[in-house]
Design a protein around this ligand. Structure first.
Ligand code: 13P
Ligand code: SF4
Length: 329
């Protein structure tokens, strides 16, 4: 259970206090596109999972305040071990990570010794340590296209992203059966109704969506890809099938256009708001910067083991690895 904020912070100008602490601590605030607008607005950098990993690896700051979920903050710690990494709410998990306990994943790997493990970054450090190459949704296509077709692959934990890659690249990866509860909640019926109400409006969808949503999309890509599409499509209305807080960046960049979040099952639910991302608040960010906790801590052996597959992702995402370099780590 998440600990409630017990102190009375009502008299504080949280924005000003966070600003002050950011300077005092020499901290950088990194935020994912699924964070609340007020957190996105004060972050030093807002990005997708790959961009945030790169920022975490490159920063000169002493403290990384990670406004995202735990696997993202862990990734920052793996890549920047000398930094203090704080996460406003340590309960900010992910249904994909929860679906993939390391012991079960180790058994899955062991049952397929001739397969490499290509693993979505939405997993624990222990699962990263059991993997050969990590991918994010923005790097997955670049990375898979560098793996020889003859190479057998297991892909976890997101079966929808894995299925999408299988279909797009004609691969036959064995899929771990995890899903993102947020992207799983979009309703095809409601999406079709929305399309009928806005004829001609394209649909942009995240590949964590199930096929019955992705099949109606004009563009499929990561959060940063969807944002780029929003900036470049010629029309005036876009239907967005991913966590709706990303619409904040679209409205900032293109105030004259209309962005409509794709609906969930009853057409009007909040089921597409990520409940884990939503645990981070301004109050908790202020307290985390003030007290330097909760902090990500990690066993050094685990960190080094997890780092290999992440380093491979960073190299392959920028195309610096040749086909001959691939294989089980
Ligand atoms: P990207 O920002 O990499 O597209 O990831 C989406 C997501 O679900 C993060 O949890
Ligand atoms: Fe996990 Fe889905 Fe939330 Fe992303 S949106 S953190 S994949 S539950």
């Amino acid at each position: 259970m998440t600990a409630p904020v017990r102190e009375n912070l009502s008299g504080l100008d949280l924005r000003a206090e966070i600003e002050r602490l950011r300077k005092e601590r020499n901290a950088v605030i990194l935020a994912h596109y699924y964070q609340k607008p007020e957190i996105q607005d004060l972050a030093d950098f807002v990005g997708d999972s790959l961009e945030l990993s790169r920022k975490a690896a490159d920063t000169d700051a002493d403290v990384i305040a990670f406004c995202g979920v735990k696997f993202m903050a862990e990734t920052a710690k793996i890549l920047s071990p000398q930094k203090t990494v704080i996460l406003p709410d340590m309960d900010a998990g992910c249904s994909l990570e929860d679906s993939c306990p390391p012991e079960q994943f180790a058994r899955f790997r062991a049952a397929h010794p001739d397969h490499i493990a290509l693993t979505y970054i939405n997993c624990s450090a222990a699962v990263k340590a059991l993997s050969d190459i990590i991918v994010t949704s923005s790097s997955a296509e670049t990375i898979i296209s560098q793996i020889p077709e003859s190479q057998k692959i297991i892909f976890g934990p997101d079966r929808h992203l894995g299925g999408y890659l299988n279909r797009k690249f004609g691969r036959d990866m064995l899929l771990w059966p995890g899903v993102c509860i947020v992207h799983e909640a979009f309703s095809e019926t409601e999406l079709l109704k929305l399309k009928a109400q806005h004829p001609g409006a394209p649909v942009a969808a995240h590949p964590e969506c199930p096929p019955h949503i992705v099949d109606h999309a004009d563009y499929v890509g990561s959060t940063s890809g969807i944002l780029q599409f929003a900036k470049s499509f010629p029309g005036d209305t876009l239907i967005v099938a991913t966590e709706p807080h990303i619409i904040h960046q679209m409205e900032l960049a293109l105030p004259e256009k209309t962005f409509i979040g794709a609906p969930g099952a009853d057409g009007n639910c909040n089921c597409n708001i990520c409940p884990y991302m939503a645990l981070n608040t301004m109050e908790k960010l202020y307290l985390a910067l003030r007290d330097l906790k909760p902090q990500i801590e990690m066993d050094e052996g685990l960190r080094l083991a997890a780092r290999k597959s992440l380093d491979r992702m960073l190299e392959m995402a920028s195309g610096t690895v040749g086909k001959g370099d691939l294989g089980r780590a």
